[in-house]
Design a protein around this ligand. Structure first.
Ligand code: DC
Length: 229
């Protein structure tokens, strides 16, 4: 059967990865969370004191990029591929508000983007992949057969992310999460290299009032229409 590339882009906390994971499972495709890759580099930058509250030693991070190897390994129990930095599972370490706070500035660096985009393109060269991020339909796979652009109001997204973080045992305020979501949206959409924009041929889905099930059904339908053509 014909295999395609499905690019899912959109603002932070729009539920891209939840849908992308389930869509990939349904189609028996590989799922790649590219946000996890930018988060992995940010985690490395924090651990190596390249970034902190009052400093960002961009050149130090750029010089150390060759020391970073990011891999994914499928976790049967979790049902998705977890991210590893130099062989260490960092799947939960990268989901903290601290990493979320610094990831957008790190993702503005062209050297970081070049390294990660190259790896992402390799992962999708045989197609049969669902990839989510900010620049998948515009930069990583401009020829993707199906492109989705997810949106939802900032408040809806912050509420979802707040609940998710509380459920994971993090102690934080809704206001902090909302501030993080809006700041990241701003940095991600205004950066010079590969800003977050909707590709001309992407289908926009505002999921503020949609259930996961209805979004998934819609995406399966869209993908099936292309695959069966
Ligand atoms: O999807 P996420 O919230 O885990 O992504 C974290 C950050 O990584 C996001 O704020 C911007 C950056 N990112 C990016 O610049 N390009 C991508 N393809 C994916 C994520």
């Amino acid at each position: 059967m014909k295999k395609i590339v499905i690019a899912i882009d959109g603002f932070s906390s729009t539920g891209k990865s939840t849908i992308a994971k389930q869509l990939a499972k349904q189609l028996n495709y590989i799922y790649v969370d590219t946000g996890a890759m930018y988060r992995a580099v940010t985690y490395f930058a924090l651990e190596n004191e390249c970034i902190g509250d009052s400093f960002f030693k961009e050149d130090d991070l750029i010089n150390k990029l060759s020391e970073i190897t990011i891999t994914f390994k499928f976790n049967e129990k979790a049902g998705f591929a977890e991210v590893y930095l130099n062989g260490k599972n960092i799947e939960s370490d990268i989901r903290t508000l601290k990493v979320s706070k610094y990831v957008s500035p790190v993702a503005t660096l062209s050297e970081v983007r070049r390294k990660l985009v190259e790896q992402q393109q390799l992962m999708g060269k045989d197609k049969g992949i669902v990839m989510d991020g900010r620049d998948i339909g515009t930069v990583v796979f401009p020829d993707a057969e199906l492109k989705i652009f997810m949106t939802a109001s900032a408040e809806t997204r912050a509420k979802r992310r707040y609940k998710e973080l509380l459920d994971r045992g993090h102690n934080l305020s809704y206001e902090d999460v909302l501030e993080n979501v809006t700041t990241r949206d701003h940095i991600d959409s205004t950066r010079e290299d590969s800003p977050l924009v909707k590709a001309n041929d992407a289908i926009e889905i505002d999921n503020s009032n949609l259930t996961i099930e209805s979004q998934l059904n819609r995406l399966i339908q869209l993908a099936d229409d292309i695959i069966s053509k």
